[in-house]
Design a protein around this ligand. Structure first.
Ligand SMILES: Nc1ccc([C@@H]2N[C@H](CO)[C@@H](O)[C@H]2O)cc1
Ligand SMILES: [Ca+2]
Length: 323
């Protein structure tokens, strides 16, 4: 059983990550922390509580940072709508927020558990994670690993060079990727394979019930925004890919790389520059022999889409039965 803290900015695809984390018996969802990203932190927090209520689950939810460390705030309202989760009916929260700030919740939870037992799963901008490292660096050595949705080794979705979660707080992403812990980057190159195809939507419809309706309303809304803006055939279920990998590591293939986050480029800020080990270990700085490159990051490459879909349908069936 993998213990995780899901740091998120619900967010349509964040809601499917919560479905997987709450519905799969191999995941122990210790808590949800929220951050500003797809919308402001008031809305992403309200949405996190609404999603838990819609699923009939109760887990600690702790509100986090209202904005990035340094850069101006950028929201993805054009994709997620004015509430940050337009489309489905959002029920009023059935439980109260955890009283702690997300950063304190992360630190307290990591320090209260055995070393190397908790995985951090950030699927929004990494502001809370960076702040937690700075407030208590002990968590770097104590966390089992970080499986982060963000970045891309080809092209971005908020600028040609950058993916939204990294772009929205590039300095926080720089802190996270440079820290001395095990980071897996689940970028757009992988998550744009994780599409809510008609077949998957029909399987969700066949489960029936209010949660299936909630999920279908999510994809119906996103299809009106995502497809138009980004020319992607079906809604991309970005964030759930991280949780799926916690459940079944064979859900996608990986390669080792050395990842550097651009924080100064005028046109490339937020770009995750990936130097793959399999690319013969090109150096970041034109092969200066003095630069030591250790390929310590892991990059998600090829998704097993049928396996991914099975996990989503299974989680939906379990939550629907237990509601
Ligand atoms: N166009 C666009 C699509 C998704 C997102 C959000 N950011 C990440 C994908 O870039 C996911 O976590 C998702 O919640 C932002 C912008
Ligand atoms: Ca997200």
């Amino acid at each position: 059983m993998d213990k995780i803290i899901l740091d998120c900015d619900p967010g349509h695809d964040d809601a499917i990550a919560i479905l997987l984390a709450a519905g799969n018996p191999n995941i122990d969802l210790l808590g949800i922390t929220t951050v500003s990203g797809n919308h402001n932190v008031e809305n992403t927090t309200r949405n996190a509580l609404a999603v838990c209520t819609a699923y009939g689950i109760k887990v600690p939810v702790a509100k986090g940072s209202p904005g990035p460390l340094i850069s101006d705030q950028v929201l993805a309202v054009e994709i997620h709508g004015d509430t940050g989760l337009d489309g489905p009916v959002l029920p009023p929260a059935s439980f109260e927020l955890d009283k702690r700030h997300a950063v304190d919740f992360i630190i307290d939870t990591v320090m209260a558990h055995e070393p190397k037992t908790i995985t951090l799963v950030p699927v929004g901008p990494y502001t809370n994670i960076a702040l937690a490292i700075r407030k208590d660096p002990r968590i770097i050595g104590r966390v089992k690993r970080v499986v982060a949705m963000g970045g891309a080794y080809t092209r971005g979705n908020i600028t040609p060079a950058a993916e939204f979660n990294v772009y929205a707080d590039a300095e926080a992403a720089d802190v996270v990727f440079r820290a001395d812990w095990d980071v897996t980057m689940v970028g757009l190159d992988l998550t744009h394979q994780a599409l809510a195809t008609p077949d998957l939507q029909n399987r969700v419809r066949a489960v029936g019930g209010p949660i299936a309706r909630f999920i279908l309303d999510i994809w119906e809304f996103i299809a009106t925004t995502h497809g138009g803006l980004l020319q992607i055939e079906y809604p991309a279920i970005h964030d759930a890919c991280c949780v799926a990998a916690m459940i079944d590591p064979t859900v996608f293939t990986t390669e080792k790389a050395d990842i550097r986050v651009e924080i100064a480029g005028r046109w490339t800020k937020g770009m995750t520059v990936c130097n793959f080990e399999k690319m013969g270990g090109m150096h970041h700085f034109g092969g200066t022999a003095s630069e030591q490159v250790d390929f310590r990051h892991t990059v998600a490459m090829k998704l097993d889409h049928p396996k991914f879909c099975d996990l989503i349908v299974d989680a939906l069936e379990r939550l629907t039965k237990s509601k």
